[in-house]
Design a protein around this ligand. Sequence first.
Ligand SMILES: [Zn+2]
Length: 449
Amino acid sequence: MPQPKPVDCIISARWILPITPAGKLFRDCSLVIHKGCIQAIRPSDNVLQDFTPTQHVQLNEHVLMPGLVNAHTHAAMSLLRGYADDLPLMRWLKDHIWPAEKRFVDADFVHDGTQLAMAEMLRTGTTCFSDMYFFPDAAAAAVHQAGMRAQITFPIMDFPTSWATDADNYIHKGLMLHDDYRSHPRIRIGFGPHAGYTVSDIPMRRIAVLAEELQAPVQIHLHETATEVLQAVDATGIRPIERLMDLGVLTPLTQCVHMTQLSDGDIDLLQESGASVIHCPESNLKLASGICPVQKLMNRGITIGLGTDGSASNNDLDMFGEITTAALVGKVAAHDAAALSAWQVLHMATLGGAKALGLDSQIGSLEVGKAADVIAVQLDELSSLPLYDLASHLTYSNRRTRVTHSWVAGKLLLRDGELTTLNETELRNRALHWQHVIQPPAAKPESLA
Ligand SMILES: [Zn+2]
C-alpha cells in the first residue's frame, strides 16, 4: 500500500467554492497545500489516506474561496480616509487631496499607510491588490514584509510631486524599482500613468514602448468623468481612449480604471485592443462620476476586475462591500435585475481581477497547481441562516466581518481574525501619529479622539 505523501498543510472545510468551474461547489472537502501551491482537492473523509500534513486546519462552518483581488487602490491613502468628502472629482483632487499629498506624503507615510491598508484588506478577504501611489518602493517593501501579493504600479505625471520631478524622472525611478523586483514571487511592478489629463504624449509613447519591451502591466485612470472626456475632446478633437490607442498605450497589458463614460466606439476600441477594465463602483458613486456599463462589456468578452479605489474616495477597502455594490449598480445600469448575477460578480472579484492583472495562471481560482491564495468565511451566525445559496450570501449579505483566515502562497496571514505578520498595536499608534500630523482644514480638533 502506498505511503501517504507528506504535505505542508490541509484545510478541511464545510464548503469549497473554487470559482472554476463556474457554479461548482465542493462539500466536506479539503484543500491540500504544499510549497505554497494547491496540490489537490479531496473529500475530507479520505484525504488523510493519501496525505500527511504538517498542519491540519479544520473549518467546519466555513467556505474556502480564492482570496479577493482588489484590482485598483491607492493603499497609503488609508491615512487620508475621511480627509475630504462630498466633493466632485476635480475640486476634491485640486483643492484637497493634491495639496495634502504635497505637504504630508513621504516614504514613511507610504510605508505606514500601506501597512494600515493591508491590515484592513487581509481582514476583509483581499489577498492581492494593485497599488498606484508615490514612493512605490516603500509600498513594495511593506508588501514584501507583510507577505501579501501585489501589483505595484509606479505613478507617472508631467508635474513634480514629493516623489519625482517630471515624467522622465518618474519613469527612471520606476524602472529601477522594476529591476529590483524582477524575480520577486509575489510582487510585480508596472507603469501607472495617472490619467490622460496628467500625462502628455511624449511620456505616453515612452510608456507604450517600455511596457511592451518589459511585458509589464500599465494601469491608468480613464474616462472617469464626463468632464474628463469633454475637455479632452475640446482640446484634441478625440476621446481619451482614442488618444491612448493612437499613442500605442492600449494593449492587452493595459488596465483601464473606471470607464464610466463609454460610447459604442469606445467599447469597440476596448475589445479590439484586448485591454481590461477595472470597475470601482463605490468610488464612482461617491464622486458622482457615473456608472461603468459592466454587463455590456462582459457581453463583449472584455476582462473586468473589481477595485475599491483609495480610502479617500470609498472610504474603505472592503471588497465584499464592493461586490454587493457592483451587483446592485450593475443591475441598475443594465435596467435588468438579471444582469450581473452573484456568480458573475464573485468571478469579477477573483479570477476576473487576476486576469486583468495578468496573474490568472497563478491566482484567482482554487485549482491544482495554482498558488494557495485562499480565504475562509464563517457562515454559521444567525444572519447567515438559513443558507440556501452560498453565492447569494457571499454577494448580497455583507460577509466582511466573517472572514476568519487568509493565506497567501500557503502562508497564513490571518488566523482566526488575528494578523500574523502585521502588528496591530504598532499600526494603531502610527495611525494616531498621522492623525495628529495631518489636521484636515475643516476639522475641529476637540471632536477628534
Ligand atoms: Zn484611483
